[in-house]
Design a protein around this ligand. Sequence first.
Ligand code: NAP
Length: 242
Amino acid sequence: MNYKEVRVLVTGGSRGIGRAIVEAFAEHGARVAFTYRSSTEEAEALKMRVNGLSFQCDAADFQSAEQTVNEIVEQWGGLDVLVNNAGITRDGLVMRMSESDWDLVLNTNLKGAFNYSRAASRAMARQRFGRIINISSVIADSGNFGQANYAASKSGMVGLSKSLAKELATRGVTVNVIAPGYVETDMTDAIHEKIKEKIIKSIPVQRTATPDEIASSVLFLASKEASYITGQILGVDGGLSM
Ligand code: NAP
């Protein structure tokens, strides 16, 4: 698959899965831009490594999403691939969950994906080519104890993606979802070892995923070879959702 000159924007690209996606595209010759919220050191190092563009902006901020996409389109003359990856958790039982923890997770994960999709889809529809890939989670389908806000945001991303896929289908723009299972990143670092062992036992392949394994599925959906795939959810979960 050839990504030479392909123009890519990844939200939340400074660490974890997002960083692996940025690096994978750059290794395959793409032009890469990414956003982040606060990890400036990691972002600066990555930007140098991949010779890309970085933008410090909160995914939840509607205006900065539009500004970021406009700036990229101005500099590069268009945008081919958007990966909505920025995401957070604020876990707690519903009966104890604060309004701010609900709002923060929904605004970052779901509204963030809307903000960037809205801005990017205009440029993509204009050029009659585009790939929007939204990083959801197996939790979107199963729900999870203590993660009602996160599960709602991730299943919201599925509804957003399928609707947008229908809206953009005749414009050469595909919209798909990747639903990772358990991936080794800072997000899952906080989980207690005993619980991790239990999770791994429940995964058919008996191991967690690396961020690179999620990145390679993103590269596939972004490719020209995936042109007839739209509105789909690709589980990258070692069989967890079976
Ligand atoms: P991570 O290691 O915590 O990294 C999250 C990235 O998102 C960081 O670069 C972070 O930048 C950025 N970010 C967070 N809030 C942001 C905001 N408001 N605006 C812009 N950027 C923001 O998380 P991860 O594990 O790589 O997860 C990436 C995505 O995969 C998330 O959507 C997550 O829900 C999904 N996912 C992860 C797993 C897993 O097991 N890890 C499983 C399923 C789905 P800063 O450091 O600057 O905040």
